[in-house]
Design a protein around this ligand. Sequence first.
Ligand code: KIV
Length: 305
Amino acid sequence: MYATQATGPGGHVRKITVPELRARKGSTPIAMVTAYDYTMARLVDEAGVDMVLVGDSLGMVVQGLQNTIPVTLDEIAYHGRAVARGLARAHVVGDMPFMSYQVSAQQAVESAGKLMKDGAFESVKLEGGTEVAEAAFRIVRAGIPVVGHVGLTPQSVHALGGFKVQGRGGDAAEKLLSDARALEQAGAFAIVLEAIPPDLAARVTDELTIPTIGIGAGNACDGQVLVCTDLLGMMRGHSPKFAKRYAQLGDAVVGAVREYVSEVQSREFPTQAHAYKPNAQPASHEKRTSETWKLDEPLPLDHWH
Ligand code: KIV
């Protein structure tokens, strides 16, 4: 079913495992990004990320929605299959969408199982603390590795009153800490800390024995995660304070496509270099075969490297 799994630039590359990621606690920080398709997955894998999240952020990034609430299990599974084919080394995590695990522990196990079977994931992530600890425990007991997610949990955007910093003040900080502990006790192998003060993230990181992966949570965490389109500067509107842009691909895309439009209109494109030989000058047998490729085969690796 997952026939065209990437093998990496130099031939065979070994997948990073859950025990290896767990053992990164307190050592080299874990680099995680989101991806939603095969092309991006290949690129971020080649760049050396450790974990790739098919986040329900796809609702906003891919589907143009206001929030992540409408995203479905089938949509996460669909994008998961595409991403998994592009990863030679990085571990792939599937986000459990809103209302796929909150109803009961049984529903949570069934949804996580569907993501593993239909989505080609190697672990699942769910949002929430003590209230989802039972669900997390049952999923782990079914043999499915779990990543927790506390702090700003976007599926609760309406209950939280918007996308804003969490864990401010003593009570909120204590609650967040006990939520993180509950997930650790449930068997989560890592936990995402989103949009919380850096000193609180440092305290949670210190108290837990599993890696913390921060997003807007300072640099004391055991790893970091960013949404790929934020990292690459592809979003045109507002992006959160913590989303450092490492490139300006949005500007690059608009510039390149503007040039293309202009060249199409002026007939500068295509030149002879981008056209086949005219019938008037018959091609040799060798040339004809070089004009042929098999549509049912993946592109050769040297197309990429
Ligand atoms: O859906 C997502 O992309 C996420 C990350 C922001 C952690 O949950």
